[in-house]
Design a protein around this ligand. Structure first.
Ligand code: TYD
Ligand code: MG
Length: 495
């Protein structure tokens, strides 16, 4: 930090362009003898957010005006448009559509003034071709190919854009921050400079960051705390894309944006409630549960799929990308403890159809039901939809908006909605209520569930339930082991 403050640069008094060396003529505006010595610290605008104390009532709230991005999904994720003076980092794998999305925003954002699209990755001609394809030719968009911070700052000072896109932070470099582009230090320094500029000029700033498959963004990670919002753009199914905020100073970080990549770029998906639902001929296979999940302000129906196979060397492992594997392990442990179905000698695979990532608490119950169904080989009833959080004690905890979830499920023809109690209106009428995991499994599987038997006899599987062909094995093994740790086909019996 101190090194960069004492570094000397030369700033054009006419256009503000900063050069690392003195030049007789400004390469930006062509003015002669206009470069003046300045410290790198002076060469940047005053630090954003540095103000004098002011009575709260005297502060102009207009500073916070938002720019509608022209995309209702992006606006939704940002919390109602892009805040002026704010910086948004957009991360995603290469090829996912970040440049496409931002160029579309440039074309459709509702604003007066100029727009600057800075690309260190593509030539202006390539960007022009994409704009043609997207129908994104708009007067006021200026394209500039560079990753050199000093040049970019000079251009910002002359163009004075209202909206700026930097594509990408990995191509930014500044001499003051060391010679090697792409290092975490370079990215941090350059992003800090650009963010300060945007705050000072009350412009909206989008910064693109490439992220690897593992989600690790060494350099951009360092920039995350410098920006106001961090969005990640992910692929779910082939042409579906999701946009989420992992940080948002000006809105919630829970909203999910959904897009479809088409011929003419990214299109919004207006009613995605049934988008991820798998339509089948015939009933659900074992190991599948349908969950109405509450994502931001919408309810989506998703299918959670589970598979349990005997673990090699008895060491249980969880393979789950779309749901946190710690959660899968916890839910399996709760099931093992409270239903007697053994999971600790199983490898567990969990997936979400459509590839959407799920993190909300309400998926505990459908996840538990999918695991139980997979392990017992008993399918859940057709037309069932489940929501609820599970405590370690096996109780079903209330979740947000259970009534809306129930209605969304029913609108898609799923009539057996099961969820927690919690005093919400519609409880018991719009959805069936279960108090704990055993009651839930009993409601779903009736006599076919070992848990149901367990529930009846206060915790130890009695082996009296069953009767259907699908669960005969489970009943057999329970009868043999006679304890709460019974599993299927005797695998769990020798505990
Ligand atoms: P791009 O925006 O370049 O991705 P990123 O900036 O995240 O690296 O998008 C690249 C992909 O999107 C490319 O494979 C082609 C596809 N695409 C479409 O399917 N339709 C379109 O209209 C456009 C512009 C791109
Ligand atoms: Mg790109």
């Amino acid at each position: 930090m101190s090194a960069k403050k004492t570094a000397t640069v030369f700033r054009c008094a006419n256009c503000g362009r900063v050069e690392p060396r003195w030049l007789g003529r400004c390469p930006e505006c062509g003015e002669w003898n206009s470069l003046r010595e300045a410290s790198a610290a002076e060469a940047r605008p005053d630090r954003a957010g540095e103000t004098f104390p002011m009575p709260i009532g005297a502060i102009d709230p207009g500073r916070g005006a938002r720019i509608p991005t022209g995309s209702s999904e992006v606006d939704r994720v940002l919390g109602g448009g892009l805040m002026r003076g704010s910086a948004v980092l957009l991360g995603g794998e290469p090829g996912i559509g970040k440049s496409t999305l931002l160029l579309q925003i440039c074309a459709k954002a509702e604003l007066q003034g100029r727009i600057l699209y800075v690309s260190g990755e593509e030539s202006p001609a390539q960007i022009r071709l994409r704009a043609d394809r997207l129908g994104a030719l708009r007067e006021g968009i200026e394209v500039f190919s560079s990753g050199d911070l000093a040049r970019i700052r000079g251009v910002l000072e002359t163009v004075k854009p209202v909206l700026v896109v930097i594509d990408s932070v990995q191509t930014l470099h500044a001499e003051e921050a060391g010679a090697v582009p792409g290092t975490a230090n370079q990215i941090k320094y350059c992003v800090q400079e650009l963010v300060s500029w945007a705050k000072e000029r009350e412009a909206g700033l989008f910064l693109v960051a490439h992220v690897t498959k593992e989600g690790l963004i060494a350099g951009p990670k360092a920039a995350e705390h410098l920006v106001d919002a961090v969005l990640s753009f992910e692929q779910s199914e082939a042409e579906l894309r999701t946009l989420r905020a992992s940080k948002n100073r000006f809105g919630s970080a829970e909203e999910l944006g959904i897009f479809r990549m088409g011929e003419k770029g990214l299109e919004e998906v207006a009613d995605p409630s049934g988008l991820f639902l798998v339509r089948r001929e015939g009933g659900l296979p074992a190991g599948v549960a349908v969950a109405p999940v509450h994502e931001g302000s919408r309810v989506l129906l998703v299918e959670i799929q589970a598979l349990a196979v005997p673990a090699k060397a008895g060491l249980s492992r969880v393979y789950s990308e779309r749901i946190d594997s710690g959660r899968v392990a916890r839910v399996a442990a709760v099931l093992e403890k409270h239903t007697g179905m053994r999971f600790s000698d199983q490898d567990l695979y969990v997936n979400v159809a459509g590839g959407i990532r799920l993190a909300e608490p309400g998926i505990d119950l459908p996840l538990a039901a999918a695991l139980y169904s997979a392990r017992s080989g008993t399918p859940l009833p057709d037309g069932s939809a489940l929501a609820g959080e599970l405590s370690l004690a096996g109780e079903l905890r209330p979740v947000r908006q259970m009534r809306r979830r129930a209605r969304a499920a029913k609108a898609l023809g799923l009539d057996l909605v099961l969820g927690p109690a919690g005093g919400e209106e519609g409880e018991g009428k719009e959805w069936r209520v279960a108090r704990d995991i055993r009651e839930a499994l009993k409601a779903l599987l009736g006599g076919k569930s070992g848990a149901a038997a367990g529930a009846d006899s206060g915790g130890s599987a009695g082996g009296s339930a069953g009767g259907s062909a699908g669960s005969a094995a489970a009943s057999r093994s329970r009868a043999r082991s006679g304890g709460p740790r019974a599993g299927r086909d005797g695998e769990g019996g020798e505990a």
